[in-house]
Design a protein around this ligand. Structure first.
Ligand code: AMP
Length: 213
């Protein structure tokens, strides 16, 4: 099964993708994580995208389509969760073509609905484990009192460089201008399922599971 998690920054796509990986053996493909890895490694790609990402703008379609294409050539495991991709109509078209080339289908697009005020609060309170990437939030899922990641026991946590109010404003604008048209695109294709992204993490996971059948 191949699915897309669609929603604005802070909707909980990464958190839910990780649950699906654990529960269904699916493979999470997050273009944001791939680009952050490129930045951390200091590669040519990383240097090229750093300023764009930190400002909260979208990198070019060509770059992210190339990253996804590479992954689709590898192991398909229990299916892919596309997290943060596609973000534009050309990316959505490219994904359709790539899946077809691999004889694969897109089985569902889960739209995670949240309101903008909640996003600002969520994103400015967010951190991740520096070792395994587990997502924490000062408000809804704080780092355990012993200072150790509940998933892997590591004790280093990081905040994303683009998780600040100014960059978030740009990221939201990019979402509404370029990504939200995908809701109509996938609705028209009969692939869209919408869930309330503001519910508790496990409730959202339950709604996603029900939507996937
Ligand atoms: P994310 O981790 O999904 O919030 O992505 C972080 C940043 O990476 C975005 O604000 C963009 O700068 C860049 N990015 C990630 N995925 C894409 C994509 N599909 N298209 C364009 N830019 C992307």
């Amino acid at each position: 099964m191949n699915i897309i998690l669609l929603g604005p920054p802070g909707a909980g796509k990464g958190t839910q993708a990780r649950k699906l990986v654990d529960e269904r053996g699916m493979i999470q493909l997050s273009t944001g994580d791939m680009l952050r890895d490129a930045m951390a490694s200091g590669s040519e790609l990383g240097l090229k995208v750093a300023a764009i990402m930190n400002a909260g703008e979208l990198v070019t379609d060509e770059i992210v389509i190339g990253l996804i294409e590479e992954k689709l050539n590898g192991d398909h495991g229990g299916g892919f969760i596309f997290d943060g991709f596609p973000r534009t109509l050309p990316q959505a078209d490219a994904l359709g073509a790539l899946l077809e080339k691999h004889g694969a289908t897109l089985d569902a697009v889960i739209e995670m609905q949240v309101d903008d005020d909640a996003l600002v609060a969520r994103i400015t309170a967010r951190s991740t484990c520096g070792n395994c990437g587990e997502v924490y939030n000062d408000l809804s899922k704080p780092i355990p009192a012993d200072g150790k990641c509940a998933n892997c026991g590591a004790s280093e946590f990081k905040r994303r460089a683009d998780d600040n109010e100014e960059s978030l404003r740009t990221r939201l604008m990019e979402y509404y201008k370029k990504t939200s048209p995908l809701i109509g695109y996938y609705y028209a294709r009969g692939d869209l399922r919408s869930v309330d992204g503001l519910a508790e993490i496990d409730e959202v996971a339950g709604a996603i599971s029900a939507a996937l059948g």
